[in-house]
Ligand binder design. Structure first.
Ligand code: FMN
Length: 332
């Protein structure tokens, strides 16, 4: 087994978690600049790739700077998962293909994909094997949850299966499908699987602060850590962690105006992209992104209401200006 380069020398890389509708190419570029080491695209359905749905080619686009970069796929049919992986590798040359066996969304469960596969570890193994076979020159990794519910915890069993089928890393989101995104992540189980497996295990679930990272690195043998929602509201978390690990304390946080400038620059760059769909012509579809990016800022509840009527970049600038005035900072 060859260890993927980003795990060599016990680097414990920081992954930005894939988050559908949020971790787009521009957001990822910013996280990379702040120190995220490894990133994945939002998940794409294998059958849609095979149908050549043009919207999906936008989703899997990435920049050279974002490498090492994985494309995440979901589906339940071994053959089509293999075919989709091959199409993606031939067209996009990602550093790895990641298989999603964790999504709890109803539309994904209905297809017997995502976390539904945790109910059938044998089939999950077949899908993994088919993808590994289809792209022999590209590493394949797997992302799972701990199990379907607390009575069906399968992370250890599934970890062994995917390792035997040729997966080269395993991410465990330490919650069950039943938990969704609520409650504690089971770091004891992640620790157990990480110590049993030869392949690198990436721990994920509720990493919120620099102290969480320092503690988890000390207490578990995880080869990497993945950060999700904490990075949506505060993508500077990667910079803070790197700085704290190197210098013993986090750097001064970005000012409110710096945060707004980042949000506005992000929106400008997104809108400059050649979207095919009419619904992308104004900023309405980006409102959830703005709400996520301002979460945790002082007065964020109040701005939430204002953000839900933003249509243009000018509207967004006005919300920013009012917010900065309210909190006594100059908006440049
Ligand atoms: C809005 C949203 C979208 C997500 N989309 C994906 C996805 O496309 N693929 C995936 O593997 N996980 C997805 N996840 C799960 C995250 O990658 C991560 O496992 C989860 O949020 C737990 O990490 P956290 O507690 O740090 O947020 C998504 C989570 C959220 C909140």
């Amino acid at each position: 087994m060859t260890i993927l380069p980003w795990f060599r020398n016990n680097k414990c890389p920081l992954y930005l978690a894939p988050m559908a509708r949020f971790t787009d190419i521009i957001f990822r570029e910013f996280c990379k600049a702040q120190g995220a080491d490894v990133m994945l695209t939002e998940f794409v359905q294998a059958d849609a790739i095979i149908r050549n749905d043009p919207r999906l080619w936008e989703t899997v686009d990435f920049t050279e700077r974002q490498r090492p970069m994985g494309i995440q796929i979901f589906g339940s049919n071994p053959e089509s998962m293999g075919t989709a992986a091959k199409l993606l590798v031939d067209r996009c040359s990602p550093d790895f293909i990641d298989i999603n066996f964790g999504c709890p969304a109803e539309r994904v469960i209905c297809m017997d994909a995502g976390s539904s596969m945790l109910r059938n570890p044998k089939k999950l193994g077949k899908v993994t094997a088919a993808v590994v076979r289809a792209v022999p020159q590209t590493p394949v990794t797997v992302k799972i949850r701990t199990g379907w519910d607390e009575d069906h915890i399968v992370a250890a069993e599934v970890g062994e299966i995917v390792e035997n089928e040729g997966a080269q890393a395993l991410t465990i989101h330490g919650r069950t499908k039943e938990q969704g995104y609520r409650g504690e992540a089971d770091w004891e189980l992640i620790k157990q699987v990480a110590s049993e497996r030869a392949i690198p295990v990436i721990g994920n679930g509720n990493i919120q602060t620099v102290d969480d990272v320092i503690r988890i690195r000390k207490e578990t043998p995880c080869a990497g850590l993945m950060i999700g929602r904490a990075a949506l509201g505060y993508p500077w978390i990667f910079r803070d962690i790197k700085h704290a690990l190197a210098h013993g304390k986090a750097p001064t946080p970005p000012s409110i105006s710096e945060r707004w400038l980042t949000i506005i620059d992000y929106s400008r760059q997104i809108m400059a992209r050649p979207f095919r769909e009419q619904r992308h012509r104004d900023l309405c579809w980006m409102r959830p992104k703005f709400i996520a990016l301002t979460k945790g800022m002082p007065g964020s509840r109040k701005i939430r209401g204002e953000l839900s009527s933003v249509v243009t970049l000018e509207d967004l600038g006005e919300v920013a200006e009012r917010h900065c005035e309210r909190f006594g900072k100059n908006y440049p």
